[in-house]
Design a protein around this ligand. Structure first.
Ligand code: ADP
Ligand code: MG
Length: 248
């Protein structure tokens, strides 16, 4: 087991967003978390990755209790994440963004006075290729098409050399086709590098085609967890998705 989440609870001004969630993820698993908007997925991911303090409960990652650690320390232990919103330096090139992330992970800071930085060139190039951005290496990140910006975000997450990735809506705002291609790319990277993946996604066909296991969150509670076929036929799950035009 690589991740163990025990009884996480979060409330905002009396509103319970995460209502006692427990689950485990095995090493090498590709799993997703779905649930209608407002179900608590982002809050839960923020708690696991140290971006929101835990009210109650415990998170154990790779054998270590990370419940009280800040986000950057958790990232250093190998739990990489991306954010639902784009989180890149828009004035830097694609190459520089990934390089900056690699440097940050190595505890060095990028000098903005030097135009060409030879540091970690090879590693940066390798990440560029794995996320399919080699043809855009010198593009200013802010000018990239949205889909490419999301690919860059993935590259930034990979720069921390994670053993597990937590991706919150890695395809938010993408077309159906871009979504499919991006999730397939993520699946390929995760398998090739032997990583573990937990992601949220609103396109159900993509979720059901790639996930080995799907967890369903509803009003802050996990109501189902299992392989796609089992979740698809689960009556509670069917009930919450009836009438939902969009779920994530
Ligand atoms: N910082 C916050 N302050 C108040 N309410 C919040 C905050 N963050 C999230 N919420 C509320 O918690 C619930 C869960 O939100 P969220 O975790 O973003 O759900 P999801 O990612 O599944 O759409 C929502 O009702 C949301 O409005
Ligand atoms: Mg969310």
């Amino acid at each position: 087991m690589i991740l163990q989440v025990d009884n996480l609870v979060k409330s905002f001004d009396g509103f319970i967003a995460v209502a006692g969630v427990s689950f485990q993820v095995e090493k090498g698993e590709l799993c997703s978390m779905i649930g209608p908007n407002g179900a608590g997925k982002t809050t839960l991911f923020n708690m696991i990755t140290g971006h929101l303090p835990l009210g109650k409960g415990r998170v154990v990652f790779n054998g270590m209790d990370i419940s009280k650690l800040p986000g950057h320390k958790i990232c250093r232990l190998g739990l990489g994440r991306s954010f639902q919103r784009i989180n890149i330096f828009s004035s830097l090139t694609v190459f520089e963004n990934i390089q900056a992330a690699v440097l940050t992970h190595r505890g060095k800071s990028l000098s903005f006075f030097t135009s060409v930085q030879p540091l970690f060139q090879e590693e940066t190039e390798e990440i560029l290729v794995s996320v399919g951005l080699q043809d855009h290496r010198d593009a200013v990140s802010g000018s990239l098409a949205y889909g490419f910006q999301k690919q860059l975000e993935l590259g930034i997450a990979l720069a921390s050399n994670p053993i597990m990735l937590l991706l919150d809506e890695p395809t938010a705002g993408m077309s159906r086709q871009e979504t499919k291609a991006t999730i397939e790319l993520i699946g390929k990277i995760v398998r090739e590098k032997g990583l573990t993946l937990l992601f949220t996604e609103h396109d159900m066909s993509v979720v059901f085609s790639i996930s080995e296991r799907i967890m369903v969150l509803h009003q802050g509670q996990l109501i189902a967890s299992g392989p796609p076929d089992e979740v698809r036929t689960n009556q509670d799950v069917q009930k919450i998705y009836i009438g939902e035009s969009r779920c994530s």
